[in-house]
Every structure is written in structure tokens, then in C-alpha cells.
Design a protein around this ligand. Structure first.
Ligand code: AMP
Length: 425
């Protein structure tokens, strides 16, 4: 299948060719024809599947067919500033040969330049929910001409507490419109909202729900909570650790860890919600072009981060919501490259680990790094085969734990967990 065969305008086919895409990804192959037909679409797809092009290409195709607009004819709502900016860039890239105008609005920066941009007129608006509502309230944005709306990363919007805002935005749209909804997972609240909003939608699910990208190798290092910083510093000294994205549970922990790693000779930056937009943009640009080799981030800050060439994702803290594990490790192993996910698990994080293993449907191999064993590390079960250690590790002869985690009941990504996590950011 080629992009031309999907029924896209030649200008779009040319643009994706220019971007280096030769064949559509599964979500594109299956989603684009449905969207071009004007049907509603619900897609379970994670970052890294090519979902952005799967919604932008049919949207641009539609927009190119209409008269130039003053008010937006298509709207993309996405949870974070970084995602909004990336989608805006993608829209420019794919629309390079079309005469369309797009604008991106998100919070954390001044309203005024965005307002001026909105006044100049546009075909496509990409927005985060809160800032879009601000512009709507002040009469700078008008959604009465919107023919197609995309909700990107709907589950993340739920996590971030944006669902009421999203409902308000949907309520401000014309009744007759096309809905394209994308979510990595389908929590009940999202499914409810989607079912109420869409008409006879096509349902697509690429890859199994919340299953990590196959190209990513995964390992867990059991370690005492107090030993985590030293272990990460030790891991990062290995030559194979290239561009590395490190996740922490909270902003404070991201800052502390970044400071510690800075002293260990890595070129480190931290991104999280407390950083100014310009600091985040600078850190991301540095990470993209290699001036920074270690980016420490919280889940929300790293959401949708689209950087090729991340060799390793390190979970300094395990996520409290298991789905985040999948989002995190999807940052590596992009575009056919191999990727590695390393998770540090303190004894008190065993319930989270068990929940993650339930979600991904398998046990993740455990390996204690010599010198970093948690105090309560049980001896490997006598009956279990003990694989030999890698010869590259100092000391050698370390043990592997049984692969099944604690056996405690798994905690699903429940509301309290999501609420707790929000509160800590
Ligand atoms: P996404 O899932 O939208 O975040 O896209 C992940 C990455 O895949 C982005 O860097 C895109 O530029 C890239 N991409 C999207 N579609 C294709 C394609 N058909 N062929 C190659 N790369 C693609």
C-alpha cells in the first residue's frame, strides 16, 4: 500500500515522500481511508505508531478542498504544549504544498501573540484545552465553522483532569461534524464520552491495547530506594547509554536527580511542569541535537515527546499508573531502531511492578546489579534456572530474581492513583 493508494491528494503524497515516509503505518493504512470517507473514527494507538499523520493527512485533505477560511474548519485538541507544538510542526510539514493556514495555541506563554494569530484567520487550529477555552471566553477563537475535530491522547487528557474542559469544547462545536478520537488506552470515562459524542464510528486498534513496542528490550533492576541515584549514575557511565530519557515520579525528584547526574559527567537537563516554556523548549532542543544526552522528565512533561534516537528509557521511579510504563518505553525503539527500557524498582514499588506486568501481559526480567541489591532481596528460588550473568558487569555472579514480582494484588490505574499523581506534579 502506498500513500497515493490511500486516496490522498498528490500534494500530500509529495509532502510525506519529502518527509521520508515510503509506506503508511498500520494506523495510517486503516485509519486514513475511513477518515477520508468522512466517518467518525475511534483509534486505540500509542505514540510512535504514526497516529499524528493518520489524523492530520485526512484533515489537511479535507481542508484543501474548501474555500479559504477565516475561522478554523478543523480543530485538534491535545493535552500538552509539546504535543501541540509538534502537531503544529507536522501540519506545516505535511501541508507544505497546500495553501492552508494553521495556528497553535497552548498555555504557559502570552495570550496576545496567539490572539493576533487567531485574528488573522486560519484553517486548522491545534490547541491545548485550557488555553483554547481562554480564547473562546475572550471571543478570540470561534468554533462555529469546525467540520472536523481530533481529540489526541484522550486518556492523557482524562489523567490530567482536562475532561470537563474537553466536554465544554465539544459542546461549542457544530453538531454536524466529523470526530476523530485517538487514545492509547480506553478507560471507561473516555469510552463513555466517545460513545456519546460519535455517530457510528469505525473502531481501530493497532497493536494490542497498551502493549509495549516489540523493539524495546526491558529489564528491571531491584534496588533499595536509597541506592537509586547511585545506580543510575553507574548505569549512565556505560558506553552504550546514548541519548537517555529518565523518568521520575515528581518534579522535585526530577530536579534532585538532574543535579546528581550533572555531577557525574553527563550533560543533563530536566523538564517538568514547573519549568518555564522557554526552559522546556531549550532542554528539548538540546536533547534533540545531542548537546544534552540525559533528559530527566516527569510523565506529563514527556508526554508525546517525539525525539528519534533515544537509545534508553530509564524508569528511575516506576509509574503509579501502569499505562504510563507503556507510554514511557514507547519513547525508545522508534522507527525500527532498537531501544532499551531499564526500570529501577524499590521493594515498596513491587505492587506497581506487578500491575505493569499484568498490563503488558508478561513478567519483565529482573537483574540485581552487584553492589545495589535491596536489603530484602530474596535468594533466587532453588528450583528456578539461574541464567549466568553478563560478563560485562563488574563483579559478575549476580543473581536474577524470579520474574513474577511480589505476587501482591496489582493496582490498576484507578482514579485515586491518577489523582495522587496529578497532585504531585
Ligand atoms: P507518532 O505516532 O504520530 O508520534 O509518529 C511517530 C514518528 O513516526 C514520527 O516521528 C513520524 O514522523 C514518524 N512517521 C509517521 N508516519 C510514518 C511513516 N509512514 N513512515 C515513517 N515514519 C513515519
Amino acid at each position: 500500500m502506498t500513500f497515493a493508494e490511500l486516496g490522498l491528494r498528490p500534494e500530500l503524497v509529495r509532502a510525506v515522500g519529502g518527509a521520508g515516509y515510503t509506506t503508511p503505518t498500520p494506523i495510517q493504512e486503516r485509519g486514513i481511508p475511513v477518515a477520508l470517507d468522512g466517518r467518525d473514527l475511534i483509534a486505540c494507538a500509542q505514540t510512535g505508531t504514526g497516529k499524528t499523520a493518520a489524523f492530520l493527512l485526512p484533515i489537511l485533505h479535507r481542508l484543501a478542498g474548501g474555500p479559504p477560511a477565516r475561522r478554523p474548519r478543523a480543530l485538534v485538541v491535545t493535552p500538552t504544549r509539546e504535543l501541540a507544538a509538534q502537531i503544529g510542526e507536522m501540519a506545516e510539514l505535511y501541508g507544505a504544498h497546500l495553501r492552508l493556514r494553521s495556528a497553535v495555541v497552548f498555555g504557559g506563554v502570552g495570550l496576545e501573540p496567539q490572539t493576533r494569530r487567531l485574528r488573522r484567520g486560519l484553517d486548522l487550529l491545534v490547541a491545548t484545552p485550557g488555553r483554547l477555552l481562554d480564547h473562546l471566553r475572550q471571543g478570540h477563537a470561534h468554533l462555529d465553522r469546525v467540520e472536523a475535530v481530533v481529540l489526541d491522547e484522550a486518556d492523557r487528557m482524562l489523567d490530567m483532569g482536562f475532561l470537563p474542559d474537553v466536554r465544554r469544547i465539544l459542546g461549542a462545536l457544530p453538531e454536524k461534524r466529523q470526530n476523530l478520537f485517538f487514545s492509547a488506552t480506553m478507560p471507561d470515562e473516555i469510552e463513555d464520552m466517545i460513545r456519546r459524542t460519535t455517530k457510528d464510528p469505525a473502531m481501530l486498534e493497532v497493536a494490542r491495547r497498551a502493549t509495549p513496542v516489540g523493539a524495546v528490550s526491558q529489564i528491571v533492576h531491584p534496588v533499595a530506594a536509597t541506592g537509586k541515584k547511585d545506580l543510575v549514575a553507574w548505569l549512565l557511565r556505560k558506553p552504550e547509554m546514548g541519548q537517555t530519557l529518565v523518568f521520575t515520579r515528581t518534579k522535585a525528584r526530577a530536579n534532585q536527580l538532574a543535579k546528581r547526574l550533572d555531577r557525574s559527567g553527563r550533560r543533563v537537563a530536566a523538564i517538568h511542569g514547573n519549568k518555564s516554556q522557554s526552559a522546556r523548549t531549550r532542554a528539548l532542543a538540546g536533547f534533540r541535537d545531542g548537546r544534552i544526552d540525559t533528559l530527566v522528565a516527569t510523565d506529563i512533561a514527556a508526554r508525546g515527546l517525539d525525539v528519534d534516537g533515544i537509545s534508553h528509557v530509564v524508569n528511575f521511579d516506576l509509574p503509579t499508573v501502569p499505562e504510563d510504563y507503556v507510554h514511557r518505553i514507547g519513547r525508545t525503539g522508534r522507527a525500527g531502531a532498537s531501544g532499551h527500557a531499564i526500570s529501577l524498582a524499590a521493594p515498596e514499588e513491587r505492587p506497581q511492578l506487578a500491575a505493569i506486568e499484568r498490563l503488558v501481559g508478561r513478567a519483565i526480567p529482573k537483574e540485581i546489579v552487584p553492589g545495589f541489591a535491596p536489603a530484602d532481596a530474596p535468594a533466587a528460588p532453588a528450583a528456578a534456572p539461574r541464567p549466568r550473568s553478563h560478563s560485562s558487569r563488574p563483579g559478575g555472579g549476580h543473581r536474577r530474581r524470579s520474574a513474577t514480582g511480589s505476587g501482591r494484588p496489582a493496582t490498576r490505574g484507578s482514579r485515586p492513583a491518577a489523582a495522587r499523581r496529578r497532585a504531585s506534579r
